[in-house]
Design a protein around this ligand. Sequence first.
Ligand code: PCA
Length: 324
Amino acid sequence: MKRTTSMIALCVASLAMPAMAAESWDMPLAYSASNYHSENAADFAKCVTDGTGGDITITTHPGGSLFGGADIKRAIQTGQVPIGERLLSAHANENAVFAYDNIPFLATSFDDAEKLADIARPTIEKILAEQNLTLLYSVPWPPQGLYFNKEVTSLDDMEGVKFRSYNTTTARLAELTGMLPVTIEAAEISQAFATGVAESMISSGATGYDRKVWESLSHFYEVNSWLPRNSVMVNSETWADVSDANKAVITGCADAAAAAGLEKAIAYTQFTMDGLAAGGMSVGPADPALVDQLKGVGETMTAEWLETAGDDGVAIVEAYKAAN
Ligand code: PCA
């Protein structure tokens, strides 16, 4: 009798429970905890944890500590983790459209990068959906510039330089400028520069600052070639199981994170370039003659990208140009 009563009590209790048990979501991030993308993701995680009343608790794992950058997207797709952040352009080998935010000299300011991202978003969402991924938000990196361990004023100076790349676009830039590309995660670059495995890279002031590259490199040249983005994605099956109320909370947190992340990126741009200079680096615009040469290389890269990205890529660039 007693047993039956407690069984009934258990059933009643479980009926009264919310439809889903509280969940913990681990969120891998490739970049250092102090970087604004990671801080922004931590704010997003708190927003979701608080907003869902603890139904979904998100814990961020920065610096590649749970999965390295190269493995994060696959980990989300396959459900090893429910959510994570990744530089999507590093997956252009899967679909060239993922590198829409690396087209040389197309969108070179924060405003233009936002316009381009808004135009590309439905296409990116469609491609990601086919990969079991749902895009929540994306945040730009500051404009990309060139780092060297010597003064560089022309492509000739770049011949044979060992170049750290972060995706196929940057590797192609190296090839076309006579440099030798080697792919290295941001988390590993301090060591790569210290040991001479790499002597140069294209990146933001932010990444050079985060990795204290002034310990090995001497020059940062502003080129403003493009503003690549980090994207926060959730596994689509996990997403489908989230209640409508919690989906609304997460989407609201994602929109807030996109806006706050953009503001942080803008603020971090000058702050980190000042930091590079304070570290002893020469920081300033690239020589106009070098920029002209790089634009020539950029035209080749753009033509190649349009070729591989096909109709989806052409449509994004045309819509962007029509809107500008
Ligand atoms: N930092 C990232 C990508 C672009 C950037 O500014 C990196 O260098 O890995």
